[in-house]
Design a protein. Structure first.
Length: 499
């Protein structure tokens, strides 16, 4: 064996430890994430771990070129683009023991909030631990992947797309179809989601310096199949990286993400061939606080689609319930959680955080998101789903059109022959049930144990129920031990079957 002159030869055990140290140093140099570990544990005699000892959090990128005809503005055809994937994976300090199952989940965000603030909220839970859904799943041994879809977060937005503040909406056309403004006019097919004159309302001081601008793109940014392409690539990436034992992922769609997941699982998709192969890679589906309804395929509204690509919004006030329900649902909004959501949104929106406000030198920050056409998730699509399906929603949900009626509508539309389907409705839970809590006497049940909790301990709130339900579903395809049926979680967190 060759040794460097003047350097004593290392014993085999010392040499092995030295190599491991070098590898650790190299990993820490090139890694972009963080590792969170549980309290130090003694290595077992087997030198392996049955359960995770911590989690590793990091981002990576999926590169691609925009397929021709997939985006409404043809100038983006063939352009290079990238998707940011936020991964939180389980860590086994002493290595994973043989026979421990590998599991993976892909989580799809909603209309305005991107992946990290939705699924990996870095805010402490009042009862201990974190509100983060991804961390909870990772500590249960589930490798999680949350992409920021095209046009969101740090994924590609395009300079002539969402990076141009002049692509936010202008004032409307006149009733006769004429335009009275030199910079141009706009129309919208969905005023509730894509409002007009956002340049004048939100951007006129920062960054427009008092002057509305004409658009560099006069198309909606995306269509649903634009996002389906992103989801397909993320599924393949998750399977490659996580190596799930069954070779499949669980696919979770939150809010409007339910529409994108539903379209991804639509076998008859005429726009993107190969749906059957994609569906074969999904072992189970989850629709969480789902959007539901609309046409099966993209159809042009009578007045046409929205004529601009960029939607902008300031920080939103908390979503409140009617006074009597807010008083009854004590502790629903966890103190500080909304601040943390906004902070993480601004972390991801490197351009939008410099926009907004009335002071030229002090922007307040604006959340940017794409405009798009909406289709592909309705009773006709749900009726042909094949993966086992969990539908879960807060009974107080007013965050999507249709509100709390959406979850039972999805469940009722699922194939009658599907034997592994579940509906879970949670009392005192609203649209962000995965981040909501509980305080006061109502949290201690008079009888029974909160779902996912411990006997004798109060309910931590909808966030704990959501995490426990996702973990049980990913691991076993059940809720509260059942493979099918309807359940209600009461305002104290106790789950019971309903008819």
């Amino acid at each position: 064996m060759h040794t460097t002159p003047g350097t004593p030869e290392r014993a085999p055990g010392v040499r092995t430890r030295w190599l491991l140290l070098c590898l650790c140093l190299i990993a820490s140099t090139f890694g972009t994430g963080t590792v969170s570990t549980a309290a130090a544990t003694k290595p077992s005699a087997r030198q392996c771990d049955e359960v995770p000892t911590g989690v590793d959090t990091r981002n990576h990128w999926l590169m691609f070129r925009v397929p021709r005809g997939l985006m409404p503005d043809p100038r983006f055809d063939g352009r290079p683009a990238r998707i940011q994937v936020h991964r939180v994976r389980p860590v086994y300090a002493n290595g994973k023991c043989p026979g421990v199952t590998n599991r993976a989940a892909v989580l799809i965000h909603g209309r305005t909030e991107t992946a990290s603030p939705t699924f990996d909220l870095r805010h402490p839970a009042p009862e201990g631990g974190q509100l983060s859904t991804q961390e909870a799943l990772a500590r249960a041994g589930i490798d999680t992947f949350a992409p920021s879809l095209l046009g969101y977060g740090r994924s590609t937005r395009f300079d002539e797309g969402l990076n141009d503040p002049g692509n936010a909406s202008l004032r409307p056309y006149n009733a006769d179809g004429s335009c009275s403004h030199p910079e141009g006019c706009d129309r919208t097919h969905n005023p509730a989601a894509f409002a007009l004159d956002q340049q004048g309302a939100l951007l006129l001081t920062n960054p427009l310096a008092g002057q509305r601008r004409p658009h560099s793109s006069q198309h909606r940014f995306a269509r649903v199949d634009t996002f389906v392409r992103d989801i397909r690539q993320t599924i393949d990436d998750a399977i490659t990286r996580a190596q799930p034992t069954d070779g499949k992922v669980t696919l979770v769609g939150y809010s409007l993400g339910a529409q994108h997941v539903g379209r991804t699982l639509y076998a008859a998709n005429p726009v993107l061939p190969g749906s059957a192969a994609v569906i074969a890679k999904v072992n189970r589906a989850v629709f969480l606080a789902p959007f539901f309804g609309g046409p099966t395929e993209e159809t042009t509204p009578p007045a046409g689609f929205v004529t601009y690509p960029l939607n902008v919004a300031p920080r939103q006030p908390p979503s409140m319930l009617p006074p009597d329900r807010e008083a009854a649902c004590t502790g629903r909004i966890i103190p500080g959680s909304l601040d943390q959501i906004w902070e993480q949104i601004m972390e991801q929106d490197t351009e939008g955080r410099n926009w907004g406000g009335d002071d030229p030198g002090n922007p307040t920050g604006i959340n940017r998101s794409p405009t798009f056409s909406s289709y592909g998730w309705n009773a006709a699509v749900a009726g042909q789903l094949t993966p086992p399906t969990l539908v879960m929603q807060g009974i107080e949900d007013r965050g999507v059109p249709g509100g709390a009626a959406n979850a039972p509508a999805v469940y009722n539309a699922l194939p009658a022959a599907m034997t592994n389907k579940l509906l879970v409705q949670v009392q005192c839970a609203a649209h962000q049930l995965h981040n909501e809590g509980c305080t006061g006497p109502r949290c201690t049940p008079e009888s029974g144990t909160p779902y996912g909790g411990r006997p004798g301990e109060p309910w931590a709130g909808p966030h704990s129920t959501t995490k426990a339900a996702l973990i049980e579903w990913v691991k076993s395809g059940t809720f509260n031990g059942a493979a099918s049926g309807r359940f209600t979680v009461d305002e104290s967190g106790v789950a019971a079957p309903t008819t």
